[in-house]
Design a binder for this molecule. Structure first.
Ligand code: HEC
Length: 170
């Protein structure tokens, strides 16, 4: 009876030591060996090997609608504008007193330059705030380039006029 009991304890002890050893090895792995995965690494992994990393800040004409700028603008739009203007600019999922950016006339003026001024200064007395402090100029241009892809009422501003305006705009 007592022999049996000892035997039982012994295998329990082996199992216990075994699991402690596993926990120890796992701990060593997590703390010292595994480097973890950062968001940056994931993003870089997604880019083809050897491809230069895209930097919106270094694009000279972020209003002109290069595909990478549009993609960046779409993300910035989703984070900063969609809650009021709707995910696709058509007020669906937005707030009713914001403006439909897809159809209808522009109330604050046509074209990229007029839209830039709205995003830069806001519209006093409305929920449309200034994004001067929260978005860099090139981020605002990227958003507007994305909106150009949604709207039926596209900008007729000449690229050289936009460039000249952008030179001075803060
Ligand atoms: C908190 C809600 C809100 C957010 C966030 C918001 N807007 Fe607006 N926006 C409005 C409202 C409301 C108006 C209309 C004001 C009015 O004319 O009464 C407006 C108007 C505009 C207009 C003028 C449209 C026209 O008819 O000329 C533009 C362009 C615009 N917003 C772009 C943006 C962009 C780009 C962003 C993100 C960077 C943004 N808005 C974020 C609420 C918002």
């Amino acid at each position: 009876m007592s022999e049996n009991h000892d035997h039982h304890n012994q295998s329990g002890l082996i199992a216990f030591l075994g699991s402690m050893a596993f926990v120890f090895v796992f701990f060593i792995y997590i703390v010292f060996i595994n480097k973890g995965v950062t968001l940056d690494e994931k993003v870089q992994d997604a880019a083809p090997v050897g491809a230069p990393k895209f930097e919106l800040a270094s694009v000279k004409d972020p209003w002109s609608g290069a595909p990478e700028v549009i993609t960046a603008g779409q993300k910035l739009y989703a984070a900063n504008c969609a809650m009021c203007h709707g995910a696709k600019g058509d007020l669906v999922g937005g707030i009713p007193n914001a403006r439909n950016l897809v159809e209808g006339q522009w109330k604050q003026g046509d074209g990229l330059i007029a839209h830039y001024k709205v995003v830069q200064n806001g519209i006093p007395g409305t929920q449309m705030a200034s994004f001067k402090a929260s978005l860099k100029p090139y981020e605002r241009w990227a958003i507007l380039a994305y909106i150009e892809t949604l709207t039926g009422n596209k900008s007729k501003d000449k690229p050289e006029d936009v460039a000249a305006f952008a030179e001075k705009a803060d």
